[in-house]
Design a protein around this ligand. Structure first.
Ligand code: NAD
Ligand code: WQD
Length: 341
């Protein structure tokens, strides 16, 4: 096999795990990242663990001429597009940053792809496009009403991809709506390394378990859920990485152009307290917590109906919450300071 995949945002959390999976399956990887939120060391470790090389370009997707040079030099067959910003609160404070980096950068990428006749793209969307779901489990056909600029930037790129697909008969698009990715590669060599105090639950919990943060603040215990705390569909990042390969192969092997959208989740919802309990069990550490006010904008519960991806991609999430926490804990123990050990 001699197929080359351009991965944008390759040095980030999900991008680096997907690069591992691509190399492991025999694909060539061309990685692009401006390293604003990614780490060169992540790609270095992917190379070490797989024993394969990655052609890395430190570049910003908004820089069309650099992208053109990369497409000119590299024999690219398809693109997996992870690059972007993802912090909900920051997007409320600085929406233009999000529309520029998530929407404009995607338009630049698509324009350069068109210029070089590259017509296969897998795009990282998010369950956040649904906003507060009308019912659970959430289906791909449910209504979408994102509640913040980050979510709207994801929906805008989805719409741009759908419009481009209608206008360009050769384009093949796979839009993947991830639920809550957590966990790390089981080797303990690659994982999530957020800057500063984490916003998301699992990185926060793992630092509390490690004693780096004092206690978890649980944002509300009066939601309409089995124990009052928020319920989410947590999915192991390696299951997610595998789903990208399935989506890519559907594009590469499919007959004719296509534009598909898939929910990627396990289909199961766990509460914050369920997560705390699971983490305490696997780490054999206490995770002290206190209940605080609700976080503005949070919803009570969401989880995916992943049936479409199960049937059409032949993909199912395999790892349970316990294994997700175990891999996260192993990563935390092996890398107490993330990649800057
Ligand atoms: P991440 O921040 O770890 O990775 C994103 C990478 O993109 C970073 O390495 C960053 O340096 C790079 N990047 C950002 N802007 C760039 C630009 N203009 N040019 C080049 N590189 C740029 O995030 P992640 O968790 O790996 O998420 C990957 C994608 O998945 C994002 O698009 C995110 O919105 C989406 N997503 C993430 C989650 C989640 O909870 N992690 C959930 C749903 C969707
Ligand atoms: C999970 C649960 C919190 C931290 C985010 C993005 C979303 C998507 C997925 C990218 C909630 C509770 C959290 C803490 C807590 N990402 N919590 N104390 O909010 O479901 O979604 O990631 O597309 O767009 O918004 O994930 O991990 O922040 O929260 O009690 O310190 O944990 O209230 O119930 P969320 P999360």
């Amino acid at each position: 096999m001699n197929i080359t995949i351009l991965v944008t945002g390759a040095a980030g959390y999900i991008g680096s795990h997907t690069c591992f999976e691509l190399l492991d399956r025999g694909y060539n990887v061309v990685a692009v990242d401006n390293l604003v939120n990614g780490n060169r060391e992540a790609l270095q470790r992917v190379k070490e663990v797989t024993g394969n090389d990655i052609h890395f370009f430190k570049a910003d997707l908004r820089d069309a001429s650099t992208l053109e040079r990369i497409f000119e030099e590299q024999p690219i067959d398809a693109v997996i597009h992870f690059a972007g910003y993802k912090a909900v609160g920051e997007s409320v404070e600085d929406p233009l940053l999000y529309y520029s980096n998530n929407v404009s950068a995607s338009v630049t990428l698509l324009s350069v792809m068109k210029e070089y006749d590259i017509y296969n793209i897998v795009f990282s969307s998010s369950c956040t496009v649904y906003g507060k779901p009308e019912s659970v489990p959430v289906k791909e056909t449910d209504s979408m009403a994102p509640t913040n600029p980050y979510g709207r930037s994801k929906l805008m790129v989805e719409e741009i991809l759908r419009d481009s697909y209608k206008a360009l008969p050769s384009l093949s698009v796979s839009i993947l709506r991830y639920f809550n990715p957590i966990g790390a590669h089981p080797s303990g060599r690659i994982g999530e390394d957020p800057d500063g105090i984490p916003n998301n639950l699992l990185p926060y919990v793992s630092r509390v378990a490690a004693g780096q943060l004092e206690e978890l603040k649980i944002f509300g215990d009066n939601y309409d859920t089995h124990d009052g705390t928020g319920v989410r569909d947590y999915i192991h990042v390696m299951d997610l990485a595998r789903a990208h390969i399935s989506a890519l192969e559907e594009l590469l092997n499919g007959s004719g152009s296509n534009c598909k959208t898939y929910n990627l989740g396990t289909g199961k919802g766990y509460s914050v307290l369920d997560v705390v309990k699971a983490f305490e069990q696997v780490s054999n550490r206490e995770v002290p917590y206190k209940i605080t006010d609700r976080r503005p904008g949070d919803i009570d519960k969401t989880f995916a109906d992943p049936t479409k991806a199960n049937k059409q991609l032949g993909w199912t999430a395999q790892k349970e919450l316990k294994e997700m926490c175990q891999d996260m804990w192993y990563w935390q123990q092996q890398n107490p300071n993330g990649y800057s050990n």
